[in-house]
Design a protein around this ligand. Structure first.
Ligand SMILES: C[S@@+](CC[C@H](N)C(=O)[O-])C[C@H]1O[C@@H](n2cnc3c(N)ncnc32)[C@H](O)[C@@H]1O
Ligand SMILES: [Zn+2]
Length: 419
């Protein structure tokens, strides 16, 4: 299987579905992940006409049709606790959220694998999905590795009726282990009036929310430890950094995350990089970076943005490594590792975790792959002739055809109506 080594990946942009790229990356090869995925906001984002990003758009509406059936089996196989959470969301009838979470979960599982022992991950979301994603992240990274729920507050003019205006995003911060690298940050303060008293310069300073701090001498004007709520302005229409990409995030936000959770020379990954705010911030702070975005428009913008920002560095590498994605190679490397396992995962997803005999729901490990028409009766190995049976149904059926099992179950009045 082709794998991508860390050195191949310094300063790289991939224009591709991030799941394909993540699956090819080596274990424990990145130090920090920031991701700002679609939020399940039920809308399609378009860049305004006349901006550099014109033509860029991405869909953020979800339905069960977006779900790849094998993802469910993969989640059930790798992380039964996570599967139980997703299955609960499904059974409760939140089908759209279920599809979104399954899409996120398969990617987050890969992100955990490629994160270093001392690494951190920041998942940017909004209040609609934050609670669902918190459960998902707890199941993947472990409750004990939850570090902060960061509230990014901003002032934005919005007209909302019968409710307060929504002026914050949520960033869920987890670490891979308790040994996470963390550089403490000081809350910025705005300097106020300066006076001289007995020849010494005195400065009265204010916190970001306008609280007046004690008058201090110049050396003492530092803020306190950074809290978990951050006031950072959204990019305004006149800002120099603005490229017009829908949902572009401010560099100040990424600067803070990158400074706190990585050191110079470390590798930062953004698997939903959009117009590459993370990559630009990482480059300026002396980190290596990897950006992935499925949209070609995003890739074009990244190229323009990086060229503009780093004119003095003609050797800045940014490329799509097509060689690693030859079309004659299997697009899902996992299939090449363990085909029977992948097949079982697909069947599990197709049956939604329910036994093809009794219809009851079971964990992944309780199932056996069974031939609907037994091999002894000429049944083949093609997927259409395969199904999953629970232990009890499997021994009841033995080598007999499926009709026998269904008839016996009916006689014994065993079985659950499919939901
Ligand atoms: C909210 S935007 C990210 C904005 C980014 N933080 C910035 O500052 O520009 C989400 C991005 O995810 C991309 N995307 C959606 N699904 C993807 C996938 N499966 N793989 C890679 N990128 C994806 C979209 O094209 C979009 O650019
Ligand atoms: Zn059964």
């Amino acid at each position: 299987m082709t794998t991508l080594t860390p050195t191949q990946l310094k300063r790289t942009i991939f224009c591709r579905d991030n799941l394909d790229v993540l699956r090819m990356m080596t274990d424990e090869s990145v130090d920090l992940v920031y991701l700002d995925p679609p939020f399940n906001s039920n809308r399609t984002y378009h860049a305004p006409i006349g901006t550099q990003a014109e033509g860029a758009s991405f869909k953020d509406t979800w339905s069960e049709a977006d779900l790849k059936i094998e993802w469910l089996g993969l989640i059930a196989d790798k992380n039964p606790q996570l599967y139980a959470i997703l299955n609960g969301v499904y059974e409760a009838g939140y089908r759209k959220n279920f599809a979104y979470l399954a899409y996120m979960a398969v990617r987050l599982i890969e992100l955990k694998r490629i994160l270093n022992h001392s690494g951190s991950i920041y998942l940017h979301c909004d209040p609609t999905m934050a609670a669902y994603l918190k459960l998902t992240m707890d199941a993947i990274f472990g409750e004990e590795n939850f570090r902060n729920e960061i509230i990014w507050c901003y002032r934005k003019w919005s007209v909302k009726q019968k409710q307060f205006s929504s002026n914050h995003d949520v960033i869920l911060f987890y670490s891979k282990s308790k040994d996470n690298l963390f550089n403490p940050q000081i809350a910025p303060i705005s300097k106020g009036t300066e006076k001289r008293w007995k020849g010494k310069k005195q400065i009265s300073s204010y916190t970001e929310d306008g609280r007046r701090l004690q008058i201090a001498t110049e050396e003492e004007t530092t803020g306190g430890n950074m809290p978990d709520w951050w006031e950072i302005s959204v990019i305004n229409s006149q800002a120099r950094e603005r490229v017009g990409y829908p949902t572009q995030k401010p560099l100040a936000l990424l600067n803070r995350i990158i400074t706190a959770s990585s050191n110079e020379g470390d590798t930062v990954l953004d698997p939903f990089c959009g117009c590459a705010t993370t990559c630009v911030a990482a480059e300026k702070l002396g980190r290596n970076w990897i950006g992935i975005d499925v949209s070609q428009k995003a890739f074009d913008l990244v190229r323009i943005r990086l060229q503009k920002e780093f004119l003095d560095q003609p050797n800045l590498i940014h490329r799509i490594d097509e060689i690693l994605f030859r079309t004659d190679l299997p697009s899902r490397p996992l299939a090449a590792i363990d085909p029977p396992r992948v097949l079982k995962q697909e069947l599990y997803g197709k049956q939604l975790g329910n036994c093809a005999g009794c219809g009851y729901h079971f964990p992944f490990r309780n199932f056996t792959v069974d031939h609907i028409i037994p091999r002894a009766k000429g049944g083949g190995d093609e997927p259409a002739n395969l199904q999953l049976l629970c232990g009890a149904c499997n021994s009841m059926k033995g080598d007999r055809p499926m009709e026998y099992l269904l008839k016996t179950l009916a006689e014994l009045k065993i079985g659950r109506e499919s939901p």
